[in-house]
Design a protein around this ligand. Structure first.
Ligand code: FAD
Ligand code: HEM
Length: 255
């Protein structure tokens, strides 16, 4: 629960933070990546270029704050669950919340300037950490249920079959190199982590479907083409060109 003092401060400032959420996120990411270039391996580069999904971070913190101060706000748990599952598919670690929190608070200060008094900074820091602690707990539970050590979130799978469905889409049947297929449900997805030429690493999510015998997952992937000078999709095209029977892929736990 938010402290009474922070509740009043957040009520008074939620509007102005919401109004500047996009700008805050725009400043936040380059600042964080300059200090922690290793995190560029976790974030989707195309989302950064297009700018849509990154907005989700500041917007979700504002939505969470509204949820804390308004007893009639809609149930926030589905959003929390969705974020936690996405984070688990990417192997997000609890200590990374300190990094994100630090750069997010810096960006709030940078955008809002002197308007951010120590009381306002403390109130939003409290909101951030309440949110972070709930996400860390939820993600810890999901990692435990999936038997995943977040320090080693990727498990190796071998491509055991490939079917080219059309000129633009193909299915891969993948099996763990060692051990059994993890528990999974209809509608879940896994992330595939790919080392691209030039040393870049990028993860992307793909929906799983089971195969008869329940010993493997099927992923059906469509090549993404860029138009009007925009580059082709990185991971879908890398997989289309490189994933054949015998290729070993890094796969997350189902989310
Ligand atoms: C939960 C979930 C499940 C999914 N399931 C599936 C599935 O089953 N099958 C499937 O095929 N896909 C699925 N996707 C989509 C998949 O994760 C990828 O987003 C998709 O394969 C494209 O990835 P990519 O790396 O090829 O493209 P990216 O490199 O991510 O590019 C995506 C788009 O951004 C554009 N772009 C890239 N760089 C720039 C730039 N500098 N400026 C402007 N535009 C740019 C590209 O042209 C492209 O249109 C799923 C996504 C989610 C979140
Ligand atoms: C309280 C803190 C955080 C909040 C509120 C938050 C919020 C979000 C939201 C709303 C999304 C979009 C989810 C979706 O696709 O539905 C997301 C995705 C993501 N988050 Fe977080 N997040 C937090 C912390 C972190 C941390 C610590 C990291 C690790 C450095 C991280 C890395 C990512 C990545 C990589 C994605 C996928 C988006 C992309 O690649 O473009 N997040 N987060």
């Amino acid at each position: 629960m938010l402290s009474p003092q922070s509740t009043e401060t957040v009520k008074a400032t939620a509007g102005v933070v919401a109004e500047h959420a996009e700008e805050i996120t725009r400043r936040f990411y380059p600042h964080m990546f300059a200090a922690h270039p290793e995190l560029m391996r976790v974030f989707n580069k195309a989302n950064q270029a297009v700018g849509e999904q990154p907005k989700a971070l500041a917007a979700s913190v504002v939505a969470y704050a509204v949820n804390l101060i308004d007893p009639d706000a809609p149930d926030f748990r589905p959003i929390m669950q969705r974020i936690a599952h996405k984070h688990v598919s990417l192997g997000i670690k609890s200590y990374e919340y300190t990094i994100v929190g630090h750069h997010l608070m810096w960006a709030i200060g940078d955008v809002l300037g002197d308007a951010v008094t120590p009381e306002i900074a403390a109130a939003w820091d409290e909101v951030y950490w309440l949110f972070a602690c709930q996400l860390i707990a939820e993600e810890g539970k999901l990692y435990a249920l999936g038997g995943t050590d977040p320090e080693h979130p990727w498990r190796q799978y071998t491509v055991v079959d490939r079917t080219d469905e059309t000129a633009e889409s193909f299915s891969l049947v993948i099996k763990p190199v060692e051990g059994e297929l993890p528990a999974h449900h209809t509608g879940q997805y896994v992330a595939v982590g790919v080392d691209l030429p030039g040393g870049e690493r990028q993860p992307r999510q793909y929906t799983i479907s089971g195969v008869p015998g329940r010993e493997a997952f099927r992923l059906t992937i469509k090549r993404v083409h860029g138009a009007d000078g925009v580059p082709d999709g990185q991971v879908s095209n890398w997989l289309a060109d490189n994933a054949v029977v015998g290729t070993v892929l890094d796969i997350s736990q189902p989310a």
